[in-house]
Design a protein. Structure first.
Length: 438
């Protein structure tokens, strides 16, 4: 369950939870954009040993800053399939009152972190070892930033939550068909305007078998979140209070009070377009001791959190920073790409041979190398024949290379097959390709 899915469930659960309490907490609707009080001041003071200081506010401002307009929530999506109980999605959501934004930092489940009492391990093992409290402590140590609240959510809650709000309506850009007998996943969603039940909404969110792979899935999940946000604004949901409350109690574990949950839900549904931003924790894939990890860039991650807390963050959505395909994704991606050509648009000697070796090492068949029309391509391009139907293969090749700008993926009558035209950003492309599969 990916982080956008986890956050979607969180918003639904928060909205449903507080709807059941709305009749007895009428005042909460008078301030729909007021966030619950952050608890990090007290937690920071306790950590610093200044909790009893008469000048606590001054101490906090001078030593670590006061961020009273930001509330943080640890979101954990639990996968209970096959009788196991694992933290399959982990994220930190920062609700910023002044900036009117929510920043959600996805922490990959195989991120290498120090787990108190257990040493260096993958972050999702923290939940296995000690539940949400040990996971929260691990992330606190990682970021040097206390976390106000937590919400753990069951994997199978997603369809039920969607059904409780009456499903969602959205336009499906292309037909989605996929069958996985071992995983018992069967998807068949037609193209066009669709009303998605909970089951089909989960299938829509999970589908990744198109040329864009995970990039396409992230785009669809964000589209689904937008549709749900609109649905949550409907006054008609208040009439479902009794049913919502009964279902939600069994689906969530959180230390948020009904009042606090109501404030978060109302704040989230009142945000302007683009107010919710999804960010992948910076880092890189690596093997350590024959195990695959996501090695976090702690310095960059700390800077990012600091900017979010102070309202200075201007972070692009994660879809602009495509994650590097992992080993299990590579074969599927290579099959979609097929045979390619490589054109030198930079002018460097031996560029075609070097690129060919890198692609072939990944399993991509290179049929041709040569020079482009000129050597002044600032950005690498992906081209495909004008009279062919290789657009999906071109998109897959662009995804593999980290090219997300649609204007750099074009029909070109000068090529006879899907081709990569390497430009002056070639080293960035090569660095990414050399990390693929780890």
């Amino acid at each position: 369950m990916k982080i956008v899915k986890a956050f979607l469930i969180a918003i639904l659960i928060l909205a449903a939870t507080v709807a059941g309490a709305a009749w007895r907490i009428k005042i909460a609707f008078d301030e729909p954009r007021t966030l619950p009080e952050p608890r990090t001041q007290a937690l920071r003071a306790q950590a610093l040993g200044v909790a009893g200081s008469p000048d606590l506010s001054l101490v906090m401002d001078e030593r670590i800053g006061s961020f009273r307009g930001v509330t943080s929530v640890l979101l954990v999506g639990l996968d209970d399939t096959d009788g196991s109980r694992r933290s399959d999605a982990i994220a930190l959501a920062f609700f910023n009152q002044e900036a009117k934004s929510v920043h959600i930092i996805s922490i990959p489940r195989d991120s290498r972190v120090f787990i108190p009492g257990h040493g260096w391990d993958k972050v999702n093992h923290a939940y296995v070892f000690g539940g949400v409290e040990l996971l929260r402590e691990t992330l606190w140590n990682l970021l040097n930033e206390p976390i106000d609240y937590f919400a753990t959510l069951n994997y199978d809650s997603f369809p039920r939550m969607i059904d409780l709000i009456g499903g969602v309506d959205l336009y499906v850009d292309k037909k989605m068909v996929y069958s996985d007998f071992s995983g018992k996943l069967f998807i068949n969603i037609p193209e066009g305007q669709q009303h998605l039940s909970g089951k089909r909404a989960l299938e829509y969110a999970r589908f990744r078998h198109d040329p864009l792979g995970d990039l396409g899935r992230i785009q669809r999940q964000q589209k689904l979140i937008s549709a749900v946000m609109e649905k949550l604004k409907s006054p008609s949901l208040l009439f479902k209070v009794p049913e919502l409350v009964g279902e939600v109690v069994s689906a969530v574990n959180t230390d948020l009070t009904p009042m606090d949950a109501l404030k978060l839900a109302n704040f989230s549904t009142s945000l302007p377009p683009g107010g919710i931003k999804f960010i992948m924790a910076p880092g890189k894939a690596a093997y350590i001791g024959n195990l695959s990890y996501w090695v976090l860039d702690i310095v960059e991650l700390s800077k990012l959190v600091a900017k979010i807390l102070t309202g200075e963050a201007e972070v692009a959505p994660v879809i602009d920073e495509p994650p590097i395909p992992r080993r299990e994704e590579l074969n599927d991606l290579v099959a979609r790409i097929g045979t390619i050509g490589i054109l030198n648009g930079d002018g460097a000697d031996g560029l075609g041979k070097r690129a060919s070796q890198i692609f072939q090492k990944l399993g991509v068949d290179v049929a041709y190398t040569g020079n482009a029309k000129h050597f002044d391509y600032h950005s690498s391009n992906v081209a495909y024949p004008a009279n062919a139907t290789e657009s999906e293969a071109a998109e897959a090749l662009a995804w593999l290379c980290g090219i997300t700008n649609k204007s750099l993926i074009q029909k070109n009558q000068a090529v006879t097959m899907v081709s990569i035209i390497l430009g002056h950003d070639k080293e960035t492309i090569f660095k990414r390709l050399e990390s693929v599969g780890f």
